[in-house]
Design a protein around this ligand. Sequence first.
Ligand code: PNS
Length: 171
Amino acid sequence: MTDQPITAVYPGSFDPFHLGHLDIVRRAVTIFPRVVVGVLRNADKTPLLPAERRVELIRETLDGMPGVEVTAFSGLLVDFMRESRARVILRGMRAVSDFEYEFQIALMNRRLWNPAETVFLTPTEEFTYLSGRIVREIWHLGGDVSGLVPEPVRRALEELRMESLRNPAEA
Ligand code: PNS
């Protein structure tokens, strides 16, 4: 037992941050007094958006939401948790297909640092089909991502598309 207010870390690559992620953060702030959104650097060697840009866009999206911080991190999640004075890891669980991987990393994180407890939240049904991979694929194929990502992210992806049309070699 502890009297300390519990800080939860919500880690992910968030490449890009989509409405399913936003739904989880909205739920999390009703449970935890402090939620730290941890954006993993270098999860993928060629992310759609660099980590610092992802942080900016998430901050813009969550602007004014009390109790939320957004930070990029590298290395082990449990080290980031210790730095953030957090002992809860929040993860979204969309479907049974998420379970095996999530169970594996939850147990591994606890093995790495025993106080680390993973709490799973389920997004609203509307977003259970959403994933960063699907949003990236739609974007790469020229599809419309509005209604899938928050407005600041949609605008950033639109700008990225304009940029990639001007410089096709860099897309
Ligand atoms: O959104 P994602 O890509 O499913 O998030 C995965 C994430 C960031 C939670 C996971 O890759 C992670 O925690 N990476 C940090 C490295 C680490 O701690 N690895 C050991 C535990 S698996």
